[in-house]
Design a protein around this ligand. Sequence first.
Ligand code: HEC
Length: 220
Amino acid sequence: MADAERRVDPIQGEILHVYDGIEEADNQLPLWWLWTFYLAIAFAVLYWIGYHELKVAPLPMEAYSKALQERASGGEVSEELLTALVADPDVVGEGQTLFNDNCVVCHEARGQGNIGPNLTDEYWIHGGGPLDIHRTISEGVLDSGMPAWGGTLGADAVQKLAAFVLSIRDTNVEGKEPQGEVWTGGSGGSDAEGRDDAPEEALEAEDAPEDVQDATGTGD
Ligand code: HEC
């Protein structure tokens, strides 16, 4: 305030205000700096109008969950496609790697079952056909502790996993006791009768896996 204190600093220029030894000048900000500031303000306004009012594009979180969904459903899956994949050792090998990384905690190293059912016997809770297995892996059985993998791993990985599971189907590794019903839709996939949807009644098998419920009952 006191004009008497006005002085000029060699670097800062004219000092307008001094308080407690802190000197305050009033210089022009560099133009490039001001422009980043103005552009940031303009961006914020345009973003607000565009995303929140006009909704020209989905918000990042919406876009993300949509992408997850698309990834999960990704493309046509047919019995023929899955059967062809089982015949490709590279695909089955990649499926096995994915299985080791994601599934053995519940289904054991050879698929013989632990928390999850034995995948190598002829009994299936949700159907043992290629499309049944694919659907169970992709959508999961959330009520009984089988996670849905379509969104997390993607359609491609689910196909490889289905191919791997089909390759160990009916190999009868000794493990968890049978759960579900004997699957008679054909073995090996090549001569499978076209059965693209397991009837819901199949889920109500008499020997419903209560031990599975127990084993997974602690989680949510
Ligand atoms: C957290 C434990 C857990 C993990 C991890 C898990 N599963 Fe499961 N899975 C289960 C349970 C529990 C069931 C039985 C669901 C039911 O009883 O309805 C099941 C069922 C299945 C079935 C159907 C079996 C049938 O009899 O119809 C398939 C196929 C399967 N899982 C494959 C996989 C694959 C492939 C992975 C890895 C990507 C995987 N699971 C990871 C717990 C798990």
